[in-house]
Design a protein around this ligand. Structure first.
Ligand SMILES: Cc1ncc(COP(=O)(O)O)c(C=O)c1O
Length: 474
């Protein structure tokens, strides 16, 4: 496909309001401010047109709770706290209280009670999974430099660990050694062991991974790290608020958290299955000493003594307040019930996909279900990207994966509503049938992924840059 043609079609998709004359666009400030009622009405109208898809469960991940009463409750807390900034703990000690309690409750949920008293599980809040991961990687870099005298500390992570680890590696100039996963899509332990050197600052495991929802062999990764005296970060951004409850419900969940003495840090996202508003996560460390390497402190600035725990300076205290409010209003029983519904729906969807000729489920997932073409299918494998495209025509917003070609659905509470899982499976079967009936057709994202697979990585990155440019065009 011609890249220009591709961009034109992307622009139509990404900028639907450009085609609507009654939606005003502002490339400069209006000379006089618009009446608040008018602004509110416009924002409400656009939100209204966008709400249906996620509310009715057509999205993978994205909105993890989404019940109207829960949203109203969080919005109320946000509104009460909208002016707060934890950079000023003197003005808003309530923000500090909420943040400390969010960290403590998350730590306790993830095995903090098993930690030795001299190295308690501590942490900070952050703006999301990416920031939590980046903070942890910067922490290991600085720790390795200062305490172990390593010039260019390295990260060892499975290929399936989140792209945020690449971002951290780039930003902090830490070589990232990616190791393969096995046919089960879990980290290959032998490859991981072989990748560890004297320069390794940290090894990474996911619980579970974003692409395939597979939990890496964390007990063995953690043991490896402990033997070598290096850090072990468990990325539980997706699973931190599900796996502890899954275990209680009897699902086969091996230890993945601070119960394992080799685990030295974790990331867990309040803004995913913690059911808080978007913009919050927790990063945890074993011991106060390690956490010190995350902080930023300036002693000689004319602006005063400056200190900030994370990357941002000023921060939205309101988001920490909504995370706290979500956690204390849902409680352990509420999270257990949410996990029960999500895991039951995940199992139903997984079994349903496995029953569709042409597709196979990748790995052994619980609720983030990836599927790809089944080479052994009676009717032959199908082009899974064209299936993704036809699912899009039916309203679905799923995630395309690559290497290997696959698609996933991260099951949320939206999919546990009556009829949603059945609709997903019926639409998936119909999309597969459509691909089979039109074997030559490649439209929408199918040729994009096809193109991405055939171009050098650098050219794909250039195209992604053009895509990002497009997002910021008025
Ligand atoms: C396993 C995992 N880690 C990290 C992230 C990054 O989180 P965020 O998008 O909140 O930055 C995600 C996001 O889906 C994830 O699934």
């Amino acid at each position: 496909m011609d890249p220009l043609e591709l961009l034109a079609s992307l622009e139509r998709q990404l900028k639907p309001y450009k085609a609507e004359p009654d939606v005003p666009a502002f490339a400069e400030l209006p000379a006089d401010g618009l009446p608040r009622a008018e602004v509110t009405a416009l924002v409400e109208r656009l939100a209204g047109t966008e709400e249906e898809r996620w509310r009715d469960g057509f999205a993978s991940g994205a909105v993890y709770h989404g019940d109207a009463e829960h949203i109203d409750f969080l919005n109320k807390i946000y509104a009460i706290q909208s002016q707060t900034n934890p950079l000023h703990p003197d003005l808003w000690p309530s923000s500090t209280k909420y943040e400390a309690e969010v960290v403590a409750m998350t730590a306790r949920m993830l095995g903090a009670a098993h930690a030795a008293p001299e190295a308690p599980i501590v942490g900070t809040v952050s703006s999301g999974g990416t920031e939590s991961i980046m903070l942890a990687m910067k922490t290991y870099r600085d720790y390795a430099r200062e305490r172990r005298g390593i010039d260019r500390p390295e990260i060892v992570a499975p290929v399936t660990a989140h792209a945020a680890f690449d971002k951290a590696a780039r930003y902090f100039e830490m070589p990232l050694i990616r190791v393969p996963v096995g046919t089960d899509f879990a980290a290959d332990l032998a490859a991981m062991e072989a990748a560890i050197t004297d320069r390794t600052a940290v090894v990474v495991g996911s619980a579970p991974s974003f692409p395939h929802g597979v939990v890496d062999p964390i007990p063995r990764i953690a043991a490896l790290a402990q033997d070598r005296g290096i850090g072990c970060h468990v990325d539980a951004c997706l699973g931190g608020f599900v796996l502890p409850w899954a275990r209680g419900l009897g699902y086969p969940v091996p230890d993945f958290d601070f119960r394992l003495p080799g685990v030295t840090s974790m990331s867990a996202d309040t803004h995913k299955y913690g059911y808080a508003a978007k913009g919050s996560s927790v990063v945890l460390y074993r011991g106060r000493e390690l956490r010190q390497f995350q902080y930023y402190k300036v002693a000689d600035w004319p602006g005063g003594l400056y200190l900030s725990p994370t990357f941002a300076g000023s921060r939205p205290g309101a988001l920490s307040a909504t995370a706290w409010a979500a956690m204390v209003s849902i409680g352990a029983s509420g999270y257990t019930e949410a996990a029960r519904r999500i895991l039951a729906t995940g199992a139903r969807i997984r079994d349903g996909i496995a029953g569709i000729d042409g597709l196979r489920v990748l790995g052994d997932p619980l609720w983030v279900i990836a599927f790809g073409p089944d080479d052994d299918a009676a009717g032959g494998p199908v082009d899974v990207y064209q299936v993704l495209e036809y699912m899009g025509h039916r309203g679905w917003s799923l995630n395309g994966l690559q290497r290997p070609a696959a698609v996933h659905l991260a099951v949320t509470l939206r999919h546990t509503l009556p009829g949603v899982a059945e609709r997903f499976l019926a639409d998936l079967a119909a999309s597969v049938a459509e691909v089979r009936a039109n074997p030559e057709v490649r439209t929408g994202m199918a040729p994009v992924y096809g193109m991405a697979g055939s171009l050098p990585d650098e050219s794909v990155r250039d195209l992604l840059g053009v895509y990002l440019d497009l997002l910021f065009e008025v």
